[in-house]
Design a protein around this ligand. Structure first.
Ligand SMILES: Cc1ncc(COP(=O)(O)O)c(C=O)c1O
Length: 370
């Protein structure tokens, strides 16, 4: 987590980015206060969103940017890219902003995967692969190992001269597991000499200290690696659709050629403001991790297996067919995630607010004890 240690250059860059946003007056600041959190049913614990968001600074920026919603967001892209570049220590030309990292996954498929083969762990977040398949690429799915982690030797063995892209998801969705940082760095570094390596770090900001590390340093070193990040998770801005890629300048330029649409004014304004909202990000991260631990403690108490979670979700084995579990939760007005092929007995449950987590744990106890 880097939010606590910004240097002066980064702070200056954020200040410049914020100055480019429409001014937030007093009335705006008042409206930006979050109403007291209340439980809204059905509880949505199915889509890995972050219901703590948007943070106060993002809210103020959204309201202040309303007048500019008649404009395209072009002038707001550069300040956001600049702020991200300064925070991550890369050049601005190395940042590609997308309408969610989902758009960037599609852009990667368009740019690299119209032929050849995509290699990926399985199960994982399938957005790039499902689009690549429609474009004509083959997909080589490499099963997770017994600990539900990426099987790095098997992934390496699956690559061939026909591989157009290798996708890695750390932490992995849906399992929430992470790969040891030095092992992943060595793996990506070696694989990048064979093919484009995409490291999807959508949940990285929610990882416990020391469990893994981000791969942006490989981008800084000029490796053939694209790192993807999003404002949909820790920042709580999923509905505003902003994500970004970090890549070598030539890779970023090639990626940019496949832009599908320009990100929204409200999303860009919110993301830029949220980047500097250290207080909100720190507090939210702590709450999500604490509530994630409450869910795993409840699983321990009930004797349910789970994969060690490092995102804002827990992949657990409810001890009954997943469809039955989902129906029982639904009867209590709680939407939980689905199962993922081939792990048919496992269910992904997103971590909500503290009150939502309490409701979920009570429901879990009642259902499992039957
Ligand atoms: C691993 C992973 N990558 C990317 C995304 C896409 O996120 P977004 O398009 O909201 O940035 C998700 C969404 O759940 C995800 O789980």
């Amino acid at each position: 987590m880097k939010t606590g240690d910004m240097d002066r250059r980064q702070l200056l860059s954020l200040a410049l980015a914020a100055a480019a946003l429409p001014a937030a007056g007093e009335a705006v600041a008042r409206k930006a206060q979050r109403a007291p959190m209340s439980l809204r049913y059905p509880l949505r614990l199915s889509a890995n969103e972050n219901p703590w968001g948007p943070g106060p600074q993002a809210r103020a920026a959204i309201i202040a940017a309303t007048d500019d919603a008649c404009r395209y967001g072009l002038s707001l892209q550069a300040p956001l890219a600049q702020a991200i570049a300064a925070k991550e220590g890369v050049g601005r030309e190395q940042i590609v902003i997308g309408s969610g990292s989902g758009e960037l996954l599609h852009m990667l498929a368009l740019g690299w995967c119209s032929r050849g083969e995509v290699v990926c762990p399985w199960p994982t977040f399938n957005q790039l692969m499902s689009f690549a398949e429609k474009l004509g690429a083959g997909i080589k799915k490499v099963p997770l190992d017994a600990a539900m982690k990426h099987d790095l030797p098997a992934l390496a063995a699956a690559t061939s001269p026909n591989t157009s892209l290798l996708y890695v998801c750390n932490p992995n969705n849906p399992t929430g597991t992470v790969i040891d940082g030095p092992a992943l760095r060595a793996f990506c570094s070696e694989m990048a000499q064979r093919t484009l390596v995409v490291v999807d770090e959508a949940y990285l900001e929610l990882v416990d200290e020391g469990m893994t590390s981000g791969m942006i340093d490989l981008v800084r070193e000029g490796a053939n690696v694209v790192v993807l990040r999003t404002f949909s998770k820790l920042h709580g801005l999923a509905g505003l659709r902003i994500g970004y890629a970090l890549a070598r300048p030539d890779v970023a330029a090639r990626l940019r050629q496949h832009w599908m649409t320009s990100p929204s004014v409200l999303g860009l304004a919110a993301a830029t403001a949220s980047l500097g909202d250290t207080e909100f990000l720190t507090r939210t991260r702590a709450a999500l991790i604490a509530d994630r631990q409450r869910v795993t403690a409840a699983c321990d108490e009930l004797g349910l297996a789970y994969a060690p979670p490092q995102g804002n979700f827990v992949f657990l084995r409810p001890g009954m067919p997943v469809n039955d579990f989902r129906e029982k939760m639904k009867a209590k007005q709680i939407e939980v995630g689905r199962s993922f092929e081939p792990l048919r007995e496992w269910c992904r449950v997103s971590v909500g607010t503290t009150d939502e987590t309490t409701v979920f744990i009570d429901a879990l106890r009642a259902i499992v004890k039957g």
